[in-house]
Ligand binder design. Structure first.
Ligand SMILES: [Cu+2]
Length: 379
């Protein structure tokens, strides 16, 4: 009987080789650990040059996703319960943009489903969880309904496989490539595939033309004063759409992905007063909210198998820390993990510590800017 590490390597190798029968035999012999999935390179005989191809027999997963603009208050209760600071709604409200998933042909918004295989809150920030199994093809029909800014937008995925015309990333040198600047009112369909290398948690986000939100008008300047640069002509804020809320998570699973009782989606993101003039201060958010009871309150029961799918975007580095818990990573255990722009985490453990806990970014500036939330475990 091979030891656990050897069987894990065998399962990974046969999976990468695309041998369904061998992979099933491997998976039957063990429960593949989350750490192995998150860090396949930890296997000593992992071959980075093994070809990664789309396995046969996958399904087409069709999504209808719309970008929508809406007024959004990041601190609806007006209170930072950690520091005791109070805010007015005007200080913490801005015109946000979010992705929302719809029934086919943009019939009606999908209802919230925060179960382990659900679409999430579908409230706009973050966008819907786009799910695929290895072998599946994601067909994402994107419609731009940004009624407020009326800017072009896009969807750029991480983790999945795509060609250049399904990349969604705008470049000034090639501004007409399909899907990189979908105009207000227009629709574009992206096709992405889930390969064995796609297993895990990934972000997707707007990656379209840089833009600037006009601030208060400056005092009249003497003629000859420099003018603001035109949009898309060397000016603007990169990924301003994502700063305003256009992002979400792609979750790719395979037959080795353990079933869980709870799955939490958590996005680390920041909005800057310099970019968004209506904000009174820089705001560090989880899923569009800042400070306790404005950020998500997640709940679990003692004994639950729990998975967090976590990602970050923007220009800050963060540390995910969960009080009262530890989880496996790379052969050891951690209770804090580093995230940077576009990196992600899949955190898994069996719940064994009932109580009222907090999770937060351990960068103290970000805690003070709002990155703290509650996690309640019942006995
Ligand atoms: Cu942080």
């Amino acid at each position: 009987m091979p030891d656990r590490t050897d069987t894990r390597r065998t399962a990974m190798r046969t999976l990468l080789a695309g041998s369904a029968v061998a992979a099933m035999a491997g998976s039957a012999a063990l429960g593949v650990s989350a750490a192995a999935q998150a860090d396949p390179a930890s296997a000593a005989d992992f071959d980075p040059f093994t070809a990664d191809a789309l396995p046969a027999g996958g399904r087409v997963r069709e999504y209808w996703v719309q970008a929508e603009s809406f007024e959004h208050n990041a601190v609806p209760n007006g209170y930072d319960a950690m520091m005791g600071t109070r805010f007015t709604a005007a200080q913490t409200t801005f015109w946000a943009i979010g992705y929302r998933a719809y029934t086919p042909h943009f019939g009606a918004p999908l209802p919230a489903d925060t179960s382990p295989n659900g679409v999430g809150t579908n409230s706009g920030i973050p966008g819907p969880v786009l799910r695929a199994e290895v072998g599946d093809t994601l067909v994402v029909h994107f419609r731009n309904n940004d009624t407020h800014y009326q800017w072009p937008h896009s969807m750029h995925p991480h983790g999945v496989r795509y060609d250049r015309d399904n990349d969604g990333g705008w470049l000034a040198e090639d501004p007409t490539r399909p899907g990189t600047a979908v105009p207000y009112g227009a629709t574009h369909t992206y096709t992405w595939t889930a390969l064995p290398s796609s297993v895990g948690t990934w972000p997707y986000h707007d990656h379209s033309v840089p833009q600037t939100i006009p601030g208060p008008q400056p005092a009249p300047a003497a003629s000859g004063a420099p003018k603001a640069m035109a949009m898309g002509a060397g000016g603007g804020v990169m990924e301003i759409g994502a700063e305003l809320g256009l992002f979400g998570i792609i979750a790719v699973t395979d037959r080795h992905t353990p079933a869980v009782d709870r799955e939490f989606v958590l996005f680390f993101h920041d909005a800057y007063a310099a970019d968004i003039p209506s904000l009174a201060q820089d705001t560090d958010m989880f899923n569009g909210g800042a400070f306790l009871d404005n950020t998500p309150t997640f709940t679990a029961r003692n004994g639950d198998r729990v998975r967090w799918r976590i990602a970050a975007l923007g220009k800050e580095f963060h540390v995910f820390h969960l009080h009262g818990h530890r989880w496996r990573r790379g052969g050891g255990w951690v209770d804090s993990e580093l995230l940077g722009p576009s990196t992600s985490l899949t955190v898994e453990y069996t719940e064994d510590n009932p109580g009222d806990w907090i999770y937060h970014c351990h960068v103290t500036d970000h805690m003070m800017g709002g990155m703290v939330g509650r996690y309640r475990v019942s006995g």
